[in-house]
Design a protein around this ligand. Structure first.
Ligand code: GRF
Length: 190
């Protein structure tokens, strides 16, 4: 059985879904104070706030990533699920945990990468969007795709209503895929 950590920065509703699906989460790491930490606390999951010291050009991404890798190693983590994690990490983390960092993204990749995926899909006028669970790599929102779910865009949609319907799918798809990868026989190499 793998030892799972979740990286989060925000509301934590995807984390909440992972907890509700009884996934054994060994650690939740956050880069800023956020509701996801409270959700982890309430569930009795160990948390580690590695507060990002800067959101400006002086942010030392390499040093920050080293802190995150150290926290994960200290907890003997070998599977990592990003769930609304908002800090781009240095490529060193993908070398430290090759093919064992997962992400869920609120679009049908490779369309609409980046942190404005839902707004960009609305602005483009697509009639169908969705979510993608993929293996995270050093290139943002670009690793091998594991699963996708489609969500129709409604004429009345705002960014908020569309994102909420996408998250509804993420909350079902992500736990399912993570559970598969937790199994030793999942085919993922240690
Ligand atoms: C999800 O839509 C995820 O795909 C994106 O951030 C959102 C996280 O939602 N990266 P929450 O903070 O778990 O509610």
């Amino acid at each position: 059985m793998k030892k799972l950590a979740v990286l989060a920065s925000g509301a934590g509703s995807i984390l909440q879904a992972l907890i509700a699906h009884d996934l054994p989460i060994a650690l939740v790491v956050a880069d800023r104070p956020c509701p996801a930490l409270d959700i982890a606390d309430a569930a009795g999951i160990p948390t580690w706030l590695i507060r990002r010291p800067s959101f400006g050009p002086d942010f030392n991404r390499t040093a920050y990533t080293t802190l995150v890798i150290t926290a994960l190693h200290e907890h003997h983590i070998n599977l990592i699920a990003m769930a609304g994690w908002m800090t781009i990490l240095d490529p060193a983390i993908f070398d430290a945990f090759p093919r064992h960092i997962l992400n869920t993204h609120p679009s049908l990749l490779p369309a609409f990468k980046g942190d404005r995926a839902v707004a960009d899909a609305l602005a483009y006028g697509v009639k169908l969007t969705g979510c993608t669970v993929h293996i995270a790599t050093a290139e943002l929102d670009a690793g091998p795709i594991l699963a996708q779910a489609a969500v129709p865009v409604l004429p009345s949609d705002t960014r908020e209503t569309l994102h909420e319907r996408i998250k509804h799918q993420e909350r079902k798809l992500y736990p399912h895929i993570i559970r598969q990868l937790m199994q030793p026989e999942s085919g993922q190499q240690e």
